[in-house]
Design a protein. Sequence first.
Length: 121
Amino acid sequence: MIKKRDIILALGLILLGIVCYGVIRLGQKKGSQVIIYEDQKEIGRYDLNTDTTKEIQTAKGINILEIKNGMAYVTEADCPDQVCIRMGKISKTGENIVCLPHKLVIQVEGDDGQKSEYDNR
Ligand SMILES: [Zn+2]
């Protein structure tokens, strides 16, 4: 038998989850740099606020990275799944685009001293 108290508790937990999610989303800062990793090694770093188009040559293929209006996205790639193109635009700290076939990660980072796990190597 479901008690009224249980329902209130469940609703409270759901509400708490929504609030936490909102806080996390708001906590995401607009990034300032786009860092390119191939096979977990940094191969490039670009300013997110400077519009540019970069051809990223990996061991497995090519990705075309476009940086425009503070957003980074892949416009072209010769990987078989094209998932990296479908991932769309990223602009906030911690957001990333992954191209699994090319072992490529494109990650947005801020300049507030926050370091990624890769920086510690
Ligand atoms: Zn891809």
